[in-house]
Design a protein around this ligand. Structure first.
Ligand code: C3B
Length: 832
């Protein structure tokens, strides 16, 4: 007779304790695994398979090892029942998984050996993998780096997000114009995820709210009109140097199992199915604009869909071991990544009050203990707002709950602020106006125990501008955790030569887990042997990048030139236009030089890359301008190798991994006060590229760590910006500036009419981002960079000091601060 579930589990646990469960990692075992996957998973003959199929088999064999650790970690977490962090984010920009996984599992060399014996090159197979691009930019890549740190530091954490079928669009360039193509990244399967058909929850929408009497109490009851199933896809995230592998659970929308009997009985079978299928659209596509998506129904549905499924999952897990919600805050910390998931606050209230029948005030007390939020935006306009009508239609009960939360908030505030109605209306969760809206940020601020900024300067902005009123009331809620990036991906995976140099000179690999040790390089910053190795490393990386550039753009670049890079989303505030105008100035100067002057010019390769949101016209014009300037400069015989301009199409995580290690100088040009933190600069810093930057976001803290003398700072400071805006362009900058803008206006690079509106954005009086007033200072900083580059020993020393000073900008440090100051979680390390 078969055993029942409980008996089978007991038996398995007994056997589990006896077996040697670890998969073997010697070359022969790995080869056998890979070939088995070729035959049984990919279903190809083991004598005949191509590189892509080999990659698939390899990925599956790595996945087996991930799953093994991931199971053990979850068993262990379950046994220990620590307080867990649940990280809610609408975006995760994971990039590729293969190399990151084998490095974190500590079996890269073994795989490389195993494959070479089979006649395959590991590197070639790794190139077969496409990026998982379920995010737009900095915010989403930060979430990915933080997952890596959470796993590595053994924190009991889960990530929750959406499994979009279409990730961020692919950018193709046709005649210098950006075109968007869908990124159907799942076409060839995704070996890094595990579909959990049995982990699924219904998520409800629309309908009405009715009154009901329950145990003598009147309650509000939501009668939803639509149900969509959320199915879990689990993505194991391995830590480095630990057995822990945590979970990133992404939800996909599927038609609900519940039959809508009516449409079936009406006999319209085909339409009934087609309508059910529409449910899947919820998780179809990532919104490609990284800051404005206000008032879109689908966006709201995406947010609620992933939040509701995640909370059902979290509460189920809690209830497995506990039956009293008083214990909820001792076991659960919920992190809201930007305001996007803040509907979670209303959802927790709905579940606690309507389903668990807790008193309102008790439920609110619990909610206030579990939530913390990180704000990534600077501009108040970037904070999400949802029209009341929309929320009331999609989530009618949640609207009521938000009204109730706001009523309590207003009552509390009136006691403190009295009749200051201006202030009350600014702080209200409801925005009155032509379109009445819910301010999602204010909802978060009302509930969260901690509100985090992403750099010291950013917190100042939040305190003094964006959330001034709230800060005055609740100063204790406001904190900052300067962003960081993971050195595992941004050095170990992407720059193996630098990785070996660091380990060799520090005499240990311990910096990969404890990056503070990297400061030890300072001692050797002038050592000629280190200089030789460092320069050689840079040269090899530049060679790789040069080949890539030539393949993509047919432009040949000289390795002796300074590789000068600006890669990030295209935004007016990030001022790629300042960069291009600077390039035009450089071009103009070279054109006017005689041969002897030219010999003193430091040759440059100016590399720009980044995507513009599909509807962002100005950003798209900036991309086109970059191309027309490149077209003219790159074939000009007067210029030759002194200046080349390259636009790298389809910038994404794996392109960054290739470009950053080959960069000499990187540019971070945001108008002061506009970049909340910036994380690209940290990746460049780790890789020893020198930074040319404004004193904005985390660049201020970078200057403190490495010394301002080791970077090229320029431009207005944050407190000078308002006055400069008042005053208009400064005269000193304006002569050169006016000249280059005029060249574009006059059609020196063609497309005169097309660029008119772009030139208008920087005209006197309209130049909101202050390109004109920062131009002279920008050119000076560029000249300083040229001078420094001429002295290669000096440059190399600055480069070493950059890497050596990058320790603070590891996401490991950020995550430790969050764990201690916001989440109250402790490591929970799975024993080997
Ligand atoms: C970004 C900010 O623009 C960056 O300054 C910051 O470093 C990162 O977030 C991470 O904190 N950001 C983004 O990518 N998308 C938004 N919607 C808002 C901010």
């Amino acid at each position: 007779a078969g055993l029942n579930l409980g008996e089978r589990k007991a038996k398995a646990e007994k056997m589990f304790g006896l077996m040697d469960v670890f998969l073997k990692n010697d070359a022969v075992s790995l080869q056998k695994d890979i070939l088995d996957h070729v035959e049984f998973t990919v279903a190809r003959s083991r004598f005949n398979f191509d590189d892509f199929e080999a990659y698939q088999a390899l990925a599956h064999s790595v996945r087996d090892r991930l799953i093994e650790r991931w199971h053990d970690t979850h068993q262990y977490f379950k046994k220990k029942d620590p307080k867990r962090l649940y990280f809610l984010s609408l975006e995760f920009l994971m990039g590729r998984s293969l190399t990151n996984s084998v490095i974190n599992l500590g079996i890269q060399d073994q795989y490389a050996d195993a494959l070479s014996q089979l006649g395959f090159d590991y590197e070639v197979l790794a190139e077969q993998e496409g990026d998982a691009a379920l995010g737009n930019g900095g915010l989403a890549r930060l979430a990915a780096c933080q997952m890596d740190s959470l796993a590595t530091l053994d924190y009991p954490a889960w990530g929750y997000g959406l499994r979009y079928q279409y990730g961020l669009f692919r950018q193709i360039i046709v005649d210098g114009f950006q075109h968007e193509q869908p990124d159907f990244w799942l076409n060839f399967g995704n070996p890094w995820e595990i579909e959990r058909v049995h982990v699924s929850y219904p998520v409800k929408f629309y309908g009405t709210v009715e009154e009901e009497v329950l145990n003598g109490k009147t309650c509000r009851v939501w009668i939803p009109a639509e149900s969509v199933e959320a199915v879990a896809y689990d993505n194991p995230i391995p830590g480095y140097g630990t057995r822990n592998a945590i979970n990133l659970r992404l939800w996909a929308a599927k038609p609900s199992d519940q039959y809508d009997m009516e449409s079936y009985t009406t006999g319209d079978y085909i339409n009934a199915i087609v309508n059910r299928q529409k449910a899947e659209t919820i998780s179809n596509v990532l919104y490609p604009d990284d800051r404005s998506y206000q008032g879109k129904e689908l966006r709201l549905k995406q947010q609620y869909f992933f939040v509701s499924a995640s909370l059902q999952d979290i509460i189920r897990r809690f209830k497995d071991l506990h039956n009293n919600f008083d214990e909820f805050p001792e076991k659960v910390a919920l992190q809201i990544n930007d305001t996007h998931p803040s509907i979670a606050i209303a959802e927790v209230m709905r579940v606690l009050v309507d389903e668990e029948h807790l008193d309102w005030s008790k439920a609110w007390g619990i909610a206030c203990k579990i939530f913390s939020v990180t704000i990534h935006a600077v501009q108040p306009e970037a904070l999400e707002k949802v029209p009341i009508d929309l929320l009331g239609s999609v989530l009618p009960r949640h609207l009521e709950i938000i009204y109730e939360i706001n009523y309590c908030l207003m009552e509390e505030l009136k006691k403190i602020l009295g009749q200051d109605y201006d202030k009350l209306s600014r702080m209200s969760i409801i925005e009155e106006g032509a379109v009445k809206c819910i301010r999602m940020a204010n909802l978060s601020l009302a509930c969260c125990h901690t509100v985090n900024g992403v750099s010291r300067l950013h917190l100042e902005t939040l305190k003094t501008r964006v959330f001034k009123d709230f800060y005055e009331l609740w100063p204790q809620k406001f904190q900052f955790k300067t962003n960081g990036v993971t050195q595992r991906r941004w050095i170990v995976v992407s720059n193996p030569s630098l990785c070996s140099i660091i380990s060799k000179w520090l005499g240990t690999e311990a910096w990969i887990r404890n990056v503070d040790l990297i400061a030890g390089l300072r001692e050797y910053a002038e050592d000629p042997d280190l200089h030789a190795e460092w320069k050689n490393m840079k040269k090899v990386n530049k060679m790789r990048l040069a080949e890539y550039i030539e393949t993509l753009t047919s432009v040949k670049v000289s390795l002796d030139a300074m590789f000068d890079v600006q890669i990030k989303r295209i935004h007016e505030y990030k001022r790629q236009l300042l960069n291009i105008l600077g390039i035009i100035h450089r071009y103009d100067c070279i054109k006017n030089m005689d041969e002897s002057d030219k010999r003193r010019v430091v040759p440059r390769v100016c590399i720009i890359g980044g995507k513009a949101a599909p509807g962002y016209e100005v950003a798209k014009k900036i991309i086109k301008l970059c191309h027309v300037v490149a077209d003219k400069v790159n074939i000009d015989p007067d210029v030759g190798d002194l200046l080349k301009v390259v636009f790298i199409p389809d910038y994404n995580v794996s392109v960054a991994e290739l470009v950053i290690p080959g960069t000499d100088l990187s540019q971070h040009l945001s108008t002061a006060g506009h970049e909340a933190s910036g994380t690209g600069c940290m990746k460049f810093l780790m890789n020893g590229s020198l930074l040319l930057a404004t004193a904005d976001g985390s660049a201020v803290e970078i200057a403190e760590e490495i010394g301002a003398a080791n970077m090229f700072l320029f431009g207005a400071k944050v407190d000078e910006v308002p006055a400069l805006r008042e005053k208009g362009t400064s005269l000193k900058g304006s002569l050169q500036f006016a000249r280059v803008v005029r060249m574009v206006r006059d059609g020196h690079f063609g497309f005169k009419d097309y660029f008119k509106s772009l030139c208008d954005t920087v005209e006197e009086g309209k130049d909101f981002y202050l390109l004109g007033s920062d131009f002279a200072s920008y050119l000076e900083a560029q000249a300083a960079a040229d001078r420094a580059f001429v002295d290669q020993e000096k440059w190399t020393q600055m480069s070493i000091l950059s890497t050596a000073g990058s320790g603070k900008f590891s996401s490991d440090r950020t995550i430790e601060e969050y764990a201690e100051q916001s989440w109250g979680i402790e490591p929970c390390k799975c024993p080997f």
